[in-house]
Design a protein. Structure first.
Length: 300
């Protein structure tokens, strides 16, 4: 896979996180296991390993892959380079809605969005079709897309489903062996959380992506295509802050980051009851935050 590909760059960054978790002198597992751990093809795994070897992060010789040093910030691709065209459209669409202060009933023209986002018509159309499954936008027969708006009742219904799926995923996570890769990856996010907490004023905008990663780790472990598909869509609402008031975002993100650490600490201690309590508290606060922070469209 080309190193200009955003998917490759995102996979490479994930490999650096994995190496940081293992530590210097540790040995990377076989390519087939790395393919499963990183969610990429074996061809891409080999491309990543070549890159890691070139930059002296690892020494790769045959089946031997030994970690030589901890990754540095400069080793990572910039976040903007790891975002796919579809993900960029999600972000730009939310900015377009917020920045234009569009009201329910506003017309959304594909041709205008193509020019605004500088992507192909097919990418825009695919996103609008996926996003329309929320009911927030709708295609009028033989006409344009129409913004329907985001109501309080809609958010409550959405969160009810999110909570049901997430609790099932979290309970499943707690049944896994402590050495299981999924648990290790969730616990491995502790360092990233502490880095954001230590510089919350400068790093709070990076928390939504970390929050999404935290929740997706357990969701993906369920290996349920319907639940995974739901969370790919729900991230548009919860992680791009659709119609959210931004004035207290650093404080909200700081609070959520501390709650994540409480959950991680309980998992590390093997205290499932405390982990469940901490997770329920986190979801309760996330619901309250959403309902209290969103600028609601008319219920009529």
């Amino acid at each position: 896979m080309s190193r200009n590909n955003s998917m490759y760059k995102e996979a490479f960054n994930r490999s650096l996180d994995y190496i940081s978790m293992l530590g210097v002198k540790a040995k990377l597992p076989a390519e087939v296991e790395l393919s499963e751990n990183w969610g990429i093809s074996r061809t891409t795994v080999r491309a990543v390993l070549h890159h890691l070897d070139e930059t002296d992060v690892i020494r790769w010789s045959g089946r031997s892959k030994i970690i030589l040093r901890k990754p540095k910030k400069a080793d990572y691709f910039a976040q903007a380079e790891t975002i796919s065209s579809s993900a960029k459209v999600e972000t730009r669409f939310m900015e377009y809605i917020l920045g234009g202060d569009l009201k329910p009933g506003a017309i959304l023209r594909e041709s205008e969005l193509v020019r605004e986002f500088d992507v192909s018509t097919s990418v825009v159309r695919e996103f609008l079709i996926r996003f329309s499954r929320f009911g927030l936008i709708e295609k009028e027969p033989n006409r344009h897309w129409v913004l329907r708006g985001f109501t309080r009742n809609f958010a409550i219904e959405l969160f009810d489903v999110r909570e049901m799926f997430e609790f099932r995923a979290f309970r499943h996570l707690l049944t896994l062996d402590p050495s299981h890769d999924t648990r290790a990856r969730l616990v491995g996010l502790e360092t990233a959380h502490r880095a954001i907490i230590a510089d919350i004023d400068g790093q709070y905008l990076n928390f939504p992506r970390l929050d999404e990663q935290f929740h997706h780790i357990m969701i993906n472990e369920l290996d349920n295509r319907f639940i995974v598909d739901f969370f790919e869509l729900v991230s548009v609402i919860f992680h791009y802050h659709y119609r959210w008031n931004k004035k207290d975002e650093p404080e909200r993100n700081l609070h959520a980051a501390h709650q994540h650490l409480d959950i991680i600490a309980a998992i590390q201690a093997g205290d499932n009851d405390q982990a469940l309590t901490a997770f329920q508290t986190h979801l309760n606060d996330a619901r309250a935050t959403l309902l209290n922070s969103v600028i609601w469209d008319s219920e009529n």
